[in-house]
Design a protein around this ligand. Structure first.
Ligand SMILES: Cc1cc2nc3c(=O)[nH]c(=O)nc-3n(C[C@H](O)[C@H](O)[C@H](O)COP(=O)(O)O)c2cc1C
Length: 385
């Protein structure tokens, strides 16, 4: 049997505090402090807790060279090696864990980026429950004053005034771009508007063969390296002529690929889960999960320190374009980073080693009344109270 350490491994010392009456009786504060060593590796589904001996041993084993078990047992305590094998941080040649780890290597992740991505995915997180457990004024009382909204580098007299921007239609559009938290449950989105927004954000305007075997898409949004690695996975709830369900958008054919039909209750349950129970987004007529295909970008930017950042920036451009495309049609739009990535991956049958959602966006007609807060100080969408 031959083993090696998995490709990427983050070990995070995680502190927990608990209260113990016995410590008070002994004359102390009662606060018990413990540090857990929590390991996260991309090829594993869950975090793994390690002992200090396991941490010392796992990093002493090569991640590039396969080594025979009996050879390793001459250097390291056999029970510790066995525990690390069971936790699949030392992978055994020919096993399922080793095959998954091989795929991580083949994807050319940069180690800190892999740690960042795979340690920030949520499953089953309910932000509504978390909010309800916070007292009303927690933000103001606990955080104190925020840093000022503007960084000023010179006194007012030292500033060079610029001419007023000439107002164009784009200004009106930008003024009306207000994150929507009041979707209209009673109306459906027209097929024409649904199709237009998808095309403007994700649709390919040209397909070119840049080099033999290297095809590039031209879209309305920029993308690092021109690679457009972001897929659009959709949860459709109320669109004329489109049955409720899960879809993938084909950017070249400008077509939907149906993945799973849902009834209205199932769709609402998934919508709530995708946005970590943010009730104000659940009624969005369409949710689009911008999902990065890691292999496409890392094919070019191998083990590159900026590659993961480029994926995130790509999604930011897509999100803003979705806001503008929706706003132009008089629709509301939103983006959220508070999402349950693992639930989304499971619903769409995505392998997290291959592709991962980085946000949830959505759009649809706004309701006639504002029940949930929207930030519209210009009264561009809602009349002044
Ligand atoms: C990266 C990102 C993450 C966001 N996450 C959330 C979120 O979790 N929940 C939410 O209600 N709004 C979210 N928003 C929307 C912001 O709250 C919103 O943009 C901000 O309040 C300003 O309002 P405006 O978009 O109407 O100008 C997010 C926006 C961005 C760009």
């Amino acid at each position: 049997m031959r083993l090696r350490r998995c490709a990427h491994l983050l070990v995070e010392p995680r502190d927990t505090l608990s209260f113990d009456l016995a410590l008070v009786a002994a004359g102390g504060s009662g606060v018990r402090h413990a540090t857990e060593l929590v390991a996260r590796a991309p090829h594993l589904r869950d975090d793994v807790v390690l002992s200090p001996a396991e941490v010392a041993t796992v990093f002493a084993v090569s991640s590039s060279q396969w080594q025979a078990l009996d050879e390793l047992e001459r250097i390291h305590p056999p029970p510790v090696l066995e525990a690390l094998r069971e936790k699949a941080l030392l992978v055994v040649e020919g096993t399922h864990a080793a095959a998954r780890d091989e795929r991580v290597r083949d994807t050319h992740w940069r180690a800190p980026a892999a740690a960042m991505h795979y340690s920030s995915r949520w499953q089953g997180v309910d932000t509504e429950a978390a909010l309800q457990s916070l007292p009303e004024d927690a933000l103001r009382d606990h955080l104190g004053a925020a840093p000022p909204p503007v960084r000023e580098r010179t006194p007012p007299t030292g500033r060079v005034p610029l001419p007023q921007a000439r107002a164009t239609a784009l200004d009106g559009l930008l003024d009306r771009r207000v994150t929507c938290r009041n979707f209209d449950r009673t109306r459906s989105l027209s097929l024409a508007d649904f199709s237009s927004v998808l095309y403007r954000v994700y649709g390919a305007r040209a397909l070119t063969e840049y080099a033999p075997g290297v095809h590039l898409l031209k879209k309305g949004v920029p993308s690092a390296g021109g690679l457009h690695p972001t897929e659009a996975y959709l949860l459709v709830q109320r669109v004329d002529g489109v049955p409720t369900g899960l879809y993938h958008y084909h950017p070249v054919d400008h077509a939907l690929e149906p993945l799973r039909a849902l009834d209205a209750a199932e769709a609402a349950t998934l919508a709530r889960r995708f946005v970590a129970a943010q009730a104000w987004f659940v009624d969005a007529h369409v949710m689009v999960m911008p999902t990065s295909r890691f292999g496409r970008t890392f094919w070019k930017y191998r083990n590159h320190p900026k590659a993961y950042r480029a994926l995130i920036l790509d999604v930011g451009h897509l999100s803003q374009t979705a806001y503008l495309a929706a706003t132009e049609l008089g629709l509301g739009a939103f983006v959220t980073a508070a999402i349950n990535e693992v639930d989304i991956e499971e619903a769409f049958g995505l392998d997290p080693l291959e592709e991962g959602p980085l946000a949830v966006t959505g759009f649809g007609p706004r309701g006639p009344e504002r029940h949930e807060i929207e930030f519209d100080p210009l009264n561009a969408v809602w009349p002044a109270p």
